[in-house]
Design a protein around this ligand. Structure first.
Ligand code: GLA
Length: 390
């Protein structure tokens, strides 16, 4: 269950801090969550299926519109220098550091024909940075939700998903899909978001771990990654090549049974990339079915198979993620996999409540024995999507 009370208290504190900083009360506080992907990795830009959920950690933005075109941005943590910009002078490649996320949204709104006045913004986020939990999308979705309301743009959640994707692709420079924004904007307490990335249709699937005697542990390996780096883009290119060679619009259109023919059409590496996407789409459908018919205690083998596919076929895992997954499995988790884009970030481990401490201890010890940075381990539950905080 999400606790709205502490979240509201934190938002009220943020509003007070905003007033002390900018000299007037904000017009409101909007929050958007990070996400964990339960299963369905790199399938989103292949027009396939994903099953993420919104988590309790969120980005909160206190915002006040101004009468001019100046934007002033400040964050309560990390780099706390005030950033100033003009809404009239935004262009891809001109903004650095965290300001590119809110300003990317402003730019994308403008590209969409929406006029955005200047504003003051104070950000407070407890989504861990670089942990593969979509900290940047949480900021973008909070800002998009705020500006959608304040400008009266009236965009639907589906439109905001595409808008923030455009900000991320064209302004931030990361060629990512629509999964993270969809979870952040469309998530619901106690549910995973089963999203068809071809038409953006969503079905909320109950995912309540505690009722099943389980916890979902997130193991942040502390290996930082960026999807603006080459690995993500090269996987995307391999998928596009595979689809082209197989004569389909997207790999979504390839069935598991078609893989036999695919091996003759593709080079060995492209074949393995394609096989990951095709089998991963199938695993998402199976996971949804198992959750709806038998419950979370039965999805473990699908999580394990997903990890093996990402490690061996898509090659986006890393030694730290494999260590987290293998150690968690040996010490009691019933299924584990890396989550998110890969090359670092976090793993998830579905674990019986009574084995939680054992898994935590074992993973912490394994990292220490390997001379690695201590991982951060915490539990998550599916929580509500982006909204204004009353
Ligand atoms: C990142 C991207 C998403 C998705 C995942 C991999 O999180 O932002 O669009 O592609 O990687 O599933």
């Amino acid at each position: 269950m999400t606790s709205t009370a502490p979240s509201n208290a934190r938002a009220h504190e943020l509003a007070d801090r905003f007033e002390a900083t900018f000299g007037a009360a904000p017009h409101g506080v909007w929050a958007a969550p990070g996400r964990v992907n339960l299963i369905g990795e790199h399938t989103d830009y292949n027009e396939g299926f994903v099953l993420p959920f919104a988590i309790d950690n969120r980005a909160r933005t206190a915002v006040r519109l101004r009468d001019d075109s100046t934007v002033r941005l400040l964050s309560t943590s990390g780099d706390q220098r005030l950033v100033e910009a003009a809404t009239t002078a935004l262009a891809p490649g001109t903004v650095t550091r965290w300001a590119k996320y809110p300003l990317g949204v402003v730019w994308a709104l403008q590209q969409h024909g929406i006029e955005v006045p200047g504003f003051d913004l104070l950000l407070d986020s407890d989504v861990p940075l670089g942990a593969g939990l979509s900290s940047s999308h949480a900021i973008e979705c909070a800002v998009a939700t705020a500006l959608n309301e304040l400008t009266g743009a009236g965009l639907s959640a589906e439109e905001m998903v595409l808008l923030t994707q455009h900000a991320e692709n064209a302004f931030v420079g990361a060629p990512t899909g629509i999964m993270d924004q969809s979870a952040s904007l469309r998530g619901a307490t106690g549910h995973a978001v089963f999203l068809d990335c071809r038409d953006q249709s969503v079905e909320l699937v109950p995912f309540q771990t505690l009722e099943a005697g389980l916890v979902l542990l997130v193991i942040d390996t502390k290996v930082e990654h960026s999807h603006a780096d080459g690995g993500y883009a090269s996987r995307r290119a391999a998928c596009e090549l595979g689809a082209e060679r197989m004569g389909v619009k997207a790999l979504r259109d390839v069935a598991v049974a078609d893989l036999q023919n695919a091996s003759g059409l593709l080079d060995a590496t492209t074949f393995r990339r394609v096989r990951h996407i095709v089998t991963e789409n199938d695993r998402v459908l199976q996971t949804v079915d198992v959750l709806q018919t038998r419950g979370p205690a039965h999805i473990g083998p699908l999580l394990d198979a997903s990890h093996a596919s990402m490690r061996d076929d898509f090659e986006i895992s890393c030694p730290e993620l494999d260590l987290a997954v293998d150690t968690a499995r040996i010490h009691g988790a019933i299924g584990a996999r890396m989550t998110g884009g890969g090359f670092g970030g976090s793993a998830i481990a579905l674990t019986p409540v009574q084995d939680e401490q054992q898994v935590r201890d074992a993973v912490t010890r394994a990292f220490a024995d390997a001379g690695l940075t201590r991982p951060d381990i915490f539990t998550v539950t599916p929580s509500a999507g982006a909204a204004r905080i009353p």
